[in-house]
Design a protein around this ligand. Structure first.
Ligand code: ADP
Ligand code: MG
Length: 229
C-alpha cells in the first residue's frame, strides 16, 4: 500500500496559470483554423478532406478538455466567497458526472453526511471535486465502484473519494499536481490535479492519497470549517 501525505503543494495560483491555459486552448484552435482554411482553399480529394475533418475534431476536443479541467464552473469576473456545504456541492458534481459514470459502467455510492459549512468560492470548489471524481471514473475503464463520503469533525469537513480503478505507484502519486503530468496520452490535459491542489491550498485544506496499483485509490480531503459566530 502506497501511502503518502501530499502537503498542498506550492504551485502557482490558478490565476497565474491563466496565461498558460489560454495558450493551451489557443494552440489547438489555431491548428483547427489552419485545417479549415485548407478545406476552404483547395480542392483536396475526398479522403484528404476526411482526414482534415478528423484532425479538426481532435483539436477541438483537446481544447474542450482543457476548458473542462479548468473552467467548467467559472463565471466571468465573479469570485464570490460564501458559506458552502460540501455535501450539496458534491451531490451536484456527481449529478453532472453521472453520464460519464454510465459510460464507464461505474456505480456511484454517495454517503454524504451533512457537514458544517466552509468558506470559499463555490465555482472553484465544484471544479475541485469535478476533477477528482472525473479522474476516479476514468481510472476504471472496465467499470467499478466509486464511493464518496463526507463526515464532520469538530474542526474539519472531511471528504473521502474511493475508486476501484487502476491505482498509482508512489512515483505517480509524487507527480500528482505537476502541470501537464498525465498518463492518458492525448486524452489527458495534466491540468486537473494542478487545479485541485491550487484550490485546496487556497481553502487551507489538506489532501492525502492512498493507492495500490490494480486495486484502486483513496483521496482524503480535509477543509477547516467556518467557526460558528
Ligand atoms: P489528466 O486526467 O488529464 O491525465 P490530471 O491532472 O487530472 O490529468 O491527473 C494526472 C494523472 O494522475 C492522471 O493522468 C493519472 O495518471 C493520475 N490519477 C489521478 N487520479 C487518479 C485515480 N483516481 N486513479 C488513478 N490515477 C489517477
Ligand atoms: Mg483529469
Amino acid at each position: 500500500l502506497q501511502e503518502h501525505i501530499v502537503r498542498t503543494k506550492r504551485l502557482e495560483a490558478v490565476e497565474q496559470m491563466g496565461a498558460a491555459i489560454s495558450h493551451e486552448i489557443r494552440n489547438p484552435l489555431t491548428t483547427a483554423i489552419g485545417f479549415v482554411q485548407l478545406l476552404q482553399e483547395n480542392d483536396a480529394p475526398q479522403e484528404k478532406q476526411t482526414e482534415y475533418l478528423t484532425l479538426i475534431k481532435s483539436e477541438l476536443e483537446s481544447a474542450e478538455r482543457v476548458i473542462q479541467d479548468y473552467l467548467t464552473f467559472s463565471k466571468p469576473s465573479l469570485v464570490a466567497l460564501s458559506d458552502i456545504y460540501l455535501h450539496d456541492e458534491i451531490h451536484h458534481v456527481l449529478k453532472i458526472l453521472q453520464p460519464l459514470a454510465n459510460q464507464y459502467s461505474v456505480e456511484i455510492t454517495e454517503k454524504l453526511e451533512p457537514v458544517s459549512s466552509i468558506h470559499g468560492d463555490r465555482q472553484k470548489i465544484r471544479q475541485c471535486f469535478l476533477n477528482i471524481v472525473k479522474n476516479a471514473i476514468e481510472s476504471m475503464p472496465n467499470g467499478g465502484v466509486l464511493t464518496i463520503e463526507s463526515t464532520a469533525s469538530p474542526i474539519n469537513a472531511i471528504v473521502k473519494i474511493e475508486d476501484s480503478g487502476v491505482g498509482m505507484t508512489k512515483q505517480q502519486i509524487d507527480r500528482l499536481g505537476e502541470p501537464y503530468y498525465s498518463t492518458k496520452g492525448s486524452r489527458g490535459t495534466g491540468l486537473g490535479m494542478m487545479v485541485v491542489y491550487s484550490i485546496v491550498r487556497a481553502l487551507r485544506g489538506t489532501i492525502k492519497v492512498q493507492s495500490k496499483v490494480g486495486k484502486g485509490t483513496v483521496f482524503l480531503l480535509t477543509f477547516p470549517i467556518k467557526p460558528e459566530s
